[in-house]
Design a protein around this ligand. Structure first.
Ligand SMILES: CC(C)(COP(=O)(O)OP(=O)(O)OC[C@H]1O[C@@H](n2cnc3c(N)ncnc32)[C@H](O)[C@@H]1OP(=O)(O)O)[C@@H](O)C(=O)NCCC(=O)NCCS
Length: 341
């Protein structure tokens, strides 16, 4: 049966192509997270296309015998001028369509297109507890090597102890005297953006193990563009930033969800800048941000997050809060020249 691969550049310009992506995306969630509500069209559009115009992402859908079969999404993670031009690649094939060469056909389009975009390295995250045989074999076939183990954890709102959250917030009065929190929903208010970018730079200290990555820094303009692009696709962010007595950014925590599926939130970055560690800011921000999001989203049921297995500091806070292991993803990476061969 013929495999047809088609690049989709936006949901609006190619509705039929977008339907293939939605089918693949939803089949993946149904298999990966059974019991979760399935994402709707707007959320899938946001996940795949909620990027600023200058951020390069290639999205392809695959059909087999005319039926949706899979998709690939490759995102350039680096800035112009970075020595390492890194692309994160995700390939998924609908379970009933596997072992028919669909992934191979998708990769045959994606990798040369990434070379044309000037990418030098590829990173992929097959799951270790679901489909590891096929996911790892696929990575190995293209020369990608294991670089880091990442734990995906989930906390159910019903399992988060409200008294514990109250105590983390109360402890700040003594442990973090002089610090204050700023909170907002949606894109960062303009007057806080420089501090917010400084707080986000705390993510530079996350353990990377053997992953080759570029330093994580974003200018105020880049951060604004990234937040506006996500908001334009309907995503809502709940953000908490810690600020020191002298007005310096000290830390940040952010949670995101799409209102089509308000039951499931993603805990994205949390960071405390080096000079401000040891004051309980991590726990304070997480408890306060969780309360903030929950008050705004009464249907919130599950929070999902990812951390390197080699990050006991963040894992300890998450476990204490009620997060439990859900999946393990294993970063695999190789120079793109290796994958091409
Ligand atoms: C991994 C996955 C994308 C493969 O899709 P597919 O269309 O079945 O793959 P193909 O038929 O094109 O096979 C490509 C290669 O994958 C590997 N592979 C696929 N299925 C496999 C299996 N059941 N056991 C072992 N290796 C397997 C092989 O290396 C195969 O090459 P070969 O045919 O020369 O042996 C699919 O199983 C999937 O969607 N898994 C979940 C998501 C995932 O893990 N993605 C990879 C991380 S980005």
């Amino acid at each position: 049966m013929a495999i047809e691969i088609r690049q989709v550049t936006s949901p609006d310009s190619d509705p039929a192509g977008f339907e293939v992506l939605v089918a693949a995306y939803r089949a993946d969630i149904a298999a990966r997270d059974p019991g979760d509500p399935l994402p709707g069209h707007r959320e899938v559009a946001g996940q795949l296309f909620g990027l600023p115009a200058d951020r390069k992402r290639l999205v392809y859908g695959a059909r087999l015998g005319g039926e949706p079969a899979g998709m690939a999404c490759a995102t350039a993670m680096s800035e112009a001028g970075d020595e390492l031009q890194l692309a994160e690649v995700d390939v998924l094939v609908i379970p009933s369509q596997r072992r028919k060469g669909v992934a191979t056909a998708l990769i045959a389009e994606v990798v040369p297109a990434l070379v044309e975009l000037g990418q030098t390295s590829i990173l992929a995250y097959p799951c270790a507890d679901l489909w590891s045989e096929e996911g790892f074999a696929l990575c190995e076939k293209y020369g990608l090597v294991r670089r880091q183990d990442e734990r995906c954890s989930r906390a159910r709102v019903a399992d988060i102890d409200d008294n514990l959250m109250t105590s983390w917030i109360a402890e700040a009065a003594t442990k973090a005297a002089g610090y204050r929190l700023e909170q907002w929903e949606g894109p960062c208010p303009e007057h806080l953006l420089p501090q917010w970018c400084a707080a986000l730079a705390g993510m530079e200290d996350i353990p990377l193990d053997d992953i080759e990555y570029n330093p994580f820094t974003r200018s105020v303009d880049q951060q604004r563009e990234a937040e506006l692009a996500l908001a334009a696709r309907g995503f809502v962010s709940y953000c908490t930033m810690a600020v020191s007595a002298t007005g310096e950014a000290a830390g940040m925590s952010e949670l995101q969800l799409h209102p089509e599926r308000p039951q499931i939130a993603h805990q994205s970055d949390t960071a405390v800048l080096r000079a401000h560690r040891g004051h309980g800011l991590g726990k304070w921000m997480k408890a306060a941000n969780y309360r903030f999001a929950r008050a705004a989203q009464p249907e919130l049921d599950v929070i999902e997050t990812e951390n390197a297995q080699s990050n006991p500091w963040m894992l300890d806070i998450n476990i204490a809060m009620g997060f439990r292991p859900h999946h393990v993803y294993v970063a695999h990476q190789a120079p793109i020249a290796t994958a091409l061969r």
